[in-house]
Design a protein around this ligand. Sequence first.
Ligand code: MOS
Length: 745
Amino acid sequence: MNRQSLDNPSDPSLSRVDGAVKVTGKATYSAEYAIPGLLHAVLVTSTIAKGSITAIDSHEAEAVPGVLAVISHVNAMTIPGWPPKKQPAERVPPGTAFRVFYDSLIYFDGQPVAMVVAATHEQAVHAASLVHVTYQQEPHRTHFEKNIAHSGIPLNVQRSKNSPFQDYERGDAAALRNADVRIEAEYTIPTQHHQPLEPHAIIAVWEADDKLTVYDKNQGVKSAQGQLAQAFKLPRENVQVVATYIGGAFGSGIRVWPHTMAAVMAAKQLKRPLKLVLGREQMFTSVGYRPYTKQKISIGAAKDGRLAGIVHEGTGQTSMYEEHLERTVLASRALYACPHVATRYRLLPLDVNTPTWMRGPGDATGMFALESAMDELAYALKTDPLELRLKNFAESDPERNLPWSAKALRECYELGAEKIGWKNRLPEPRSVKRNGMLLGYGMASSLYGFHRHPSKARAAMQADGSVIVQSATMDIGPGTGTAMTRIASKVLGVNAKKVRFDLGHSALPDAPGQNGSSTIPSVGSAVHVACEALKSKLVALAGEMPEGLKSGGQVVVRNGRIFSSQDDKEGISYADILKYHRLNELEVTEESKSGAERDQYSMYSFGCHFVEVEVNPLTGEVRVTRVVTCADVGAIINYKTARSQSIGGVVGGIGMALMEHSEMDHRFGRYVTTDFASYHIPVHADVPPIEVYYVDKPDVQANPIGSKGLGEIAIVGVAAAIANAVFHATGKRVRELPITPDKLI
Ligand code: MOS
């Protein structure tokens, strides 16, 4: 417990196993595979938000030297897995994934309408500017606030009684009326876009007519393999997806997007390998985003601070063709011991592309509202905000009426409060200045559900005593290979340098994509059980050797050797075991998944953030000057990479709270902030020292490694903590993100 920059000296963290290849440029990213005869593709996108294409004039583009094709709905191949086209074209019903180059209909501005394929990228870019598209325009709806009357219960929810997004009520939320103190407020989160440094990119290679390999930036090679196999009606094994290195992602790569389909179909049509890299501006309409969301919270308490009720309503935007659902209101059911809770979730379909999951999807959004409202309530009650949370601490899950598998949120609160110096904070808002700046402190809680999916791992001892571990998991940034190497090296007692972990290829053993903070809990467990099984096999083989292990003792593994007990000084090396048995390799593949414990316990990761801000009283500029972030995610597998993940979450939260905002010109239904000059994300100068603390106690109910997810809770609640600190500094409550200077002066 309580480790900051001091790693555990007796068990130090691993540095990233792939750090050297990444910083020396030896790691190959999706767009970097040198495939002979590679063609280059560039998308042409729509300039209207709704309507249809009446003509595509590609003569000029086709005349550009090097151009091989201009592909659009007019000449695109038929995708075998898609339904036959209708004549005349008809708008798809909600719930239908967008089909690229399918018909003449336009669903959003920035929709791919054609793709130019040329020998060089430059030729394709130039030719794309010469494709002339004419449209029949129809009036569009893109403005969230002006169209809120069109929101409703999602069709998916209407169809499914058991949907978690159904209206929910426990107790009698109307009892709120009688609360001693009551707050009611609306909170707005604007559209915010994924901005990984590496844009999405794909190289598609067909062999013959029925074998496809794609080097594609995504978060799940197995699911991409399945989706592509289905679309092209191929056996799964005929499709291979490679995504070994990924230059950042946090939700944008969870599904196969239209640009990927476009590249794969064009490569097939032209019978040539082909590369497509999205431009930064195309990232805004190609790979989803955190949806614009409006929330209303009514919350009340008795004079002593005990919650009397919470009503949490949320409406998020989606496209006209698909429903993207988020956990926006769900945390309000589980975080506090409140007997009366109601939640309602609605969707507003607009003429935009479909949103997607973005770090802490729904929870980061919902927790901004809930934890801001808790802060408002604390001030109204004249209670310390942390006191109010402790007073309503949920000792068991009030939603499912189950015990928590583990919950050290109280320890997180204590740790965070101590480290930030919470008790020295003067309660009165706008009461303290430092160097002429208004000084404020705020805090918020964090919670994220536990996701563990069936996962397989293969562990193979090599003749030289080195170990290869494999799973079709991913690394979108957190250092998956490093954590898995650590698990394998500990279980087998081999130096981490002798372990190789392979990921990011669909031919590897089945594993979930990297999402929902599920990788360590799921794949980490599989690696653990596979290495345990391999160890057992090795112990058994050692027992068959003439100078084998003496039986009876507790076997110990260390330095690539098995010892029959602590007192055994000699042991047998793994290499000798394989040599004696004349094996080049000894391998096992194991699967690990959840069991009955999921019905016996409620499982979450928990955490909290404490923030210090300085606000310039003249300009309204907010500087986050200190952050203390604490988490209880069970056992920490590799402290160094975990800490980096927590820091990344806070940085994302600073962006969400203070900067990120995709601005649309609604006359055209078009985003106008489509570069880093206008879509602001935190840079180094915006990021203060961030202190990270973990409780680091295994959750023994969760899985064999006692470790829960960390990626999402790292951001969940950060925006609220910052908004609460800004209120404390200035006395101004900003309920609409981002908190820009204009909202404070
Ligand atoms: Mo995450 S938003 O599940 O990559």
